[in-house]
Design a protein around this ligand. Structure first.
Ligand code: NAD
Length: 483
């Protein structure tokens, strides 16, 4: 299979916050991998713009160190790294003041795509957008990329959208959610809308329920102060899990076109029912031999912020009425695993009689580890001895199925950055989507704050609090194991 790398036009990519953690860990390594794949035009430039004096040589050194730290050795090659960093420049800038803006304006080339990555704290998004506009550094074709968090409630998200809209058009704003850049997530659309096999079954008549799990093994240590103001609902459910839910539940768009796809996602969010009190379980991890509790990590002895959440969600539309979607995410859980499981109903009548251990078909879409899909089907156990049924997976690990090419799946960030350069917004959240997601989330948070609900403790390395298990048990269902 020959890999098809679509060339992109020449560009200047300015990374505000180009010396920060995200730039070093994700953005720069992502660009390097695209360079390695031959997708970065020879003259394209990466311009780091951040607080702190530094010249081009200093920045190239910083980038080289980042690549050595965050790119696997098998992908590193001294000459290639040298060629790559030669395309990088640096200019100091103050997002809140006047310093550096004239220099940046002078650096930009005419007639190439200009993209501006806001890899800085959200309070700088507005000031950056305004200054880019006021100093005429951005033109009508320029793009800005904004990182999460996009607001902390509907009001702040609206305010942020308004500030950005005063300097940029919606078609220029790329709100990044790196979950959408994952290969499997896009494959979800390919599988749903590129095959006849699944779509007729993709509804409440045939789907018993859906589980979406994003489990992490790490705690909040190191960023406890930030996290404590947010919690799993704001940090994960409102954005990442909501986006996955939209892709799994949306109607087929008329075209694979950014606004057609985003219109359908928006309809899903608008069809979500309010969540009742008994449909949601919040948790907080306990201390575990030597490893600190959430309370210790957050350095807030009175914290009622959740590091775990499980909830039952209903999409009230013709397709999904009666099929619950269960969402679960948390820190310090048993394994680092993200997956979507579509659990189909049993056949209406079994001609084989009760078969122990037999369960229905499940389509599992794995986001990590090893991205891929797996469809569990029932077959006859081989050999004599009558008709005994067993389940086997029809497994499609991308790495295996696609050979070498599959082993080299682009990281979410590198794909998304190239989409920005190409001007393709399909995998980015539109302003109205983000607002609708907050409009659904806000009352849920307000209700538990009003009641003074406290999260339930859970053990590190577990699957979350007992009550989360009960959430499904009382519906006669069970969570898939986190592994
Ligand atoms: P960081 O603190 O490591 O880096 C911040 C960068 O912003 C630095 O380069 C700093 O020089 C620059 N900066 C700060 N104030 C400035 C000013 N007034 N003018 C110009 N530059 C200024 O932060 P980070 O972890 O890289 O995060 C950046 C953004 O990305 C944040 O919005 C964060 O929420 C988001 N994010 C980060 C991660 C991650 O893994 N680090 C993941 C998802 C989202």
């Amino acid at each position: 299979m020959v890999s098809r790398v679509i060339p992109v036009d020449d560009f200047d990519l300015v990374i505000f916050g180009g010396t920060g953690d995200l730039a070093r860990r994700k953005i720069i390594p992502g660009l390097y991998r695209r360079f390695l794949a031959g997708q970065m035009p020879e003259k394209a430039r990466i311009i780091g713009a951040a607080r702190g004096e530094m010249d081009d040589a200093g920045y190239r050194k910083l980038i080289t160190d980042a690549l050595n730290e965050f790119v696997p050795a098998s992908k590193r090659d001294a000459t290639t790294i040298e060629d790559f960093v030669a395309q990088a420049h640096y200019t100091p800038i103050d997002a809140m003041g006047d310093a550096g803006w004239k220099d940046l304006a002078a650096l930009m080339r005419p007639d190439v795509i200009r993209a501006f990555y806001f890899s800085v704290g959200p309070r700088l998004f507005g000031p950056l957008a305004e200054r880019l506009h006021d100093h005429k550094i951005a033109d009508d074709d320029s793009r800005i990329v904004v990182e999460k968090p996009f607001g902390r409630d509907l009001e702040s998200a609206r305010a942020l959208n308004k500030v950005l809209a005063s300097s940029f058009d919606e078609h220029q704003i790329y709100r990044i959610d790196h979950y959408l850049g994952k290969e499997t997530v896009q494959n979800l659309m390919a599988v749903r809308f590129g095959n006849i096999l699944f779509e007729p079954l993709w509804n409440a008549q045939y789907v018993d329920h859906i589980q979406i799990t994003v489990a992490e093994t790490v705690g909040v240590g190191g960023r406890g102060g930030y996290y404590d103001k947010s919690g799993a609902m704001r940090d994960m459910i409102q954005n990442h899990l909501m986006q996955l839910l939209c892709l799994i539940a949306m109607e087929p768009p008329s075209h694979f076109d950014p606004d057609a796809v985003r219109d359908e996602k928006l309809k899903v969010i608008r069809a979500l029912d309010p969540v009742e009190r008994d449909e949601i379980v919040r948790g907080q991890y306990r201390a575990d031999d030597g490893s600190p509790s959430y309370i210790e990590d957050s350095e807030n002895p009175k914290s009622t912020t959740e590091s775990f959440i499980a909830m039952r969600v209903h999409v009230s539309n013709w397709r999904w009425k009666g099929t619950p979607i269960y969402l679960r995410t948390g820190k310090k859980l048993r394994a680092r695993a993200s997956e979507i499981a579509v659990v189909f109903k049993d056949p209406p009548h079994s001609i084989f009689g009760p078969q122990e251990g037999r369960r229905g078909n499940v389509l599992v879409i794995r986001l990590q580890p090893d991205e891929g899909m797996n469809l569990r089907v029932t077959i006859k156990e081989p050999g004599p001895g009558g008709m005994r049924l067993i389940e086997v997976p029809l497994d499609m690990s991308f790495a295996e199925a696609l050979g070498e090419e599959g082993a080299d799946i682009p990281d979410a960030y590198e794909r998304l950055i190239m989409d920005v350069i190409r001007g393709n917004q399909t995998l980015f959240m539109r302003g109205d989507e983000v607002e609708a997601a907050w409009a659904w989330t806000d009352p849920i948070i307000a209700a538990w704050e009003e009641r003074g609900d406290k999260p339930k403790p859970y053990d590190a390395g577990s699957s979350g609090p007992e009550d989360a298990l009960m959430l499904l048990h009382k519906d006669g269902r069970r969570w898939r194991e986190i592994k």
